[in-house]
Design a protein around this ligand. Structure first.
Ligand SMILES: Cc1ncc(COP(=O)(O)O)c(C=O)c1O
Length: 429
């Protein structure tokens, strides 16, 4: 077999080398962590009123640096972005049975943050090009019980925040931002995450910048910042009001970030801009290499956006190709292309929503008398997201590796080999 034969059909894989893993942890983080270890103070938090309520010196330093970097009044560090999302839904004063509109094309934590406060997730469809929530679909999901929208800046670029803000203003809704995947991306010059009433970023280990596990909330709203800080740290132990508006959702948690993570995150924040530039360089090289392949659409950058390419999303025209996505994906994987994803997420189709079983076994919160209507999640409610997931979307996880220009050229050559062999692939069973 020559190297022109597809590996899937018995040929030699185009890629037979490993790529350098992307690793942003360097001496700076090691020195910062060593300093914390030598201090002996690994967390400065106390879950009671007083100096320690706002965390230790590294947490506060990280928050100050993040607020400056993203251009907001307040940054609130948490131990994961899942905690950050949960805190933000609580902070806006969600009532049980309130509905929050979000996208199914996301990591499940976006939706479960709503359930955590006994709210009802409602799924709007996505735009087929940007993969972000489609404002026209959001509008159709609004009911008298809708309280908020959670926009998810998926894969590395902003949602259409102008249209979403317009909807939120007209219907008196809060607008939250899940920018887990897009720190440092811009939307008409502003940082993503900062256009929402409360937004923020994940700092888990595979994101652009990370501290192992962590998250950072951003907001310009003083009241929300105070409520986020309360929910982060055992609110019920310190809240001193009898006013229901103040007490609302002040059932706190321990969402506190430790000093080690904060020290790492502070160093990582300094690396965000160069990390983004490197991702953009890699994406531009993939665009140039893959752009002309039949039936393959490379990522499009939306109006007013910059893209930071957490995931490099590709769409296949399976009709033009005369091939299923599964065959293309199998052929690419056999050639040794790393990080090829097939489909993404259809959160509304997960068992928790299909069965509507979350708290206990009796359908709470959907069956609660606080719900205004019977929200259900049949297949077909998000046709664009469902079709992309089932049939046409694939991705490259370009965050996995520290790709040089030569590496990208090798991966592109593997794609071209597959595309040069569409006929034998079509004929293969
Ligand atoms: C869109 C989105 N939302 C939420 C999360 C949850 O973030 P974390 O893992 O920091 O809890 C992730 C993590 O991958 C994500 O991609």
């Amino acid at each position: 077999m020559t190297n022109t034969t597809l590996a899937l059909l018995g040929g030699t894989p185009a890629i037979q080398v490993g790529f350098k893993p992307f690793n942003t942890i360097g001496d700076e983080e090691i020195v910062a962590v060593t300093d914390v270890m030598r201090s002996g103070v690994l967390s400065g938090y106390i879950g009671a009123r007083g100096e320690g309520f706002m965390g230790g010196p590294r947490v506060r330093a990280f928050e100050a640096a993040a607020a400056k970097y993203f251009g907001v009044k307040h940054a609130v560090a948490v131990n994961s972005w899942t905690s950050g999302l949960t805190a933000s839904v609580g902070a806006i004063g969600l009532e049980p049975g309130d509905e929050v509109i979000t996208t199914p094309w996301t990591m499940v934590a976006t939706a479960t943050a709503i359930l955590q406060w006994n709210g009802i997730p409602v799924f709007a469809d996505i735009d087929p090009v940007s993969f972000n929530i489609d404002p026209s679909s959001v509008e159709k999901c609004i009911s008298p019980r809708t309280k908020a929208i959670i926009a998810v800046d998926i894969f590395g670029q902003s949602s259409n925040m102008r249209a979403l803000r317009d909807i939120a203003t007209r219907h008196n809704l809060k607008l939250l931002g899940d920018t887990a995947q897009a720190p440092g991306a811009k939307y008409f010059g502003d940082s993503t995450g900062t256009l929402a009433d409360i937004g923020g970023f994940s700092l888990n280990y595979h994101k652009h910048i990370h501290c192992g596990e962590g998250g950072i909330l951003v907001t310009d709203n003083d009241d929300y910042a105070a409520r986020l800080q309360m929910i982060r740290n055992h609110a019920e132990a310190v809240v001193d009001s009898n006013d229901p508006q103040v007490l609302c959702n002040m059932v706190g948690s321990n969402f506190r970030m430790g000093e080690i993570e904060a020290a790492i995150a502070t160093e990582q924040l300094k690396k965000l801009a160069p990390n983004i530039l490197s991702r953009q360089r890699v994406a531009a090289e993939f665009n140039a290499g893959l752009g002309a392949l039949l039936g393959l659409a490379t990522p499009k950058v939306s109006d007013g956006c910059t893209h930071v390419y957490y995931i490099y999303g590709l769409t296949l025209d399976t009709t033009a190709l005369g091939l299923s996505r599964e065959k293309i994906v199998a052929a690419l994987r056999a050639e040794g292309v790393p990080g090829v994803g097939s489909g993404y997420q259809n959160v509304h189709l997960y068992p928790v929503f299909q069965q509507r079983i979350a708290y206990g076994t009796k359908g709470f919160p959907w069956t609660s008398p606080y719900c205004g209507r019977n929200v259900t999640y049949e297949k077909g409610i998000c046709p664009v997201a469902e079709h992309l997931h089932a049939e046409t979307f694939m991705s490259l996880n370009i965050c996995l590796n520290d790709y040089s220009t030569t590496d990208v050229a090798l991966v592109v050559s593997a794609f071209k080999k597959v595309w040069a062999n569409l006929d034998p692939l079509r004929a293969a069973v």
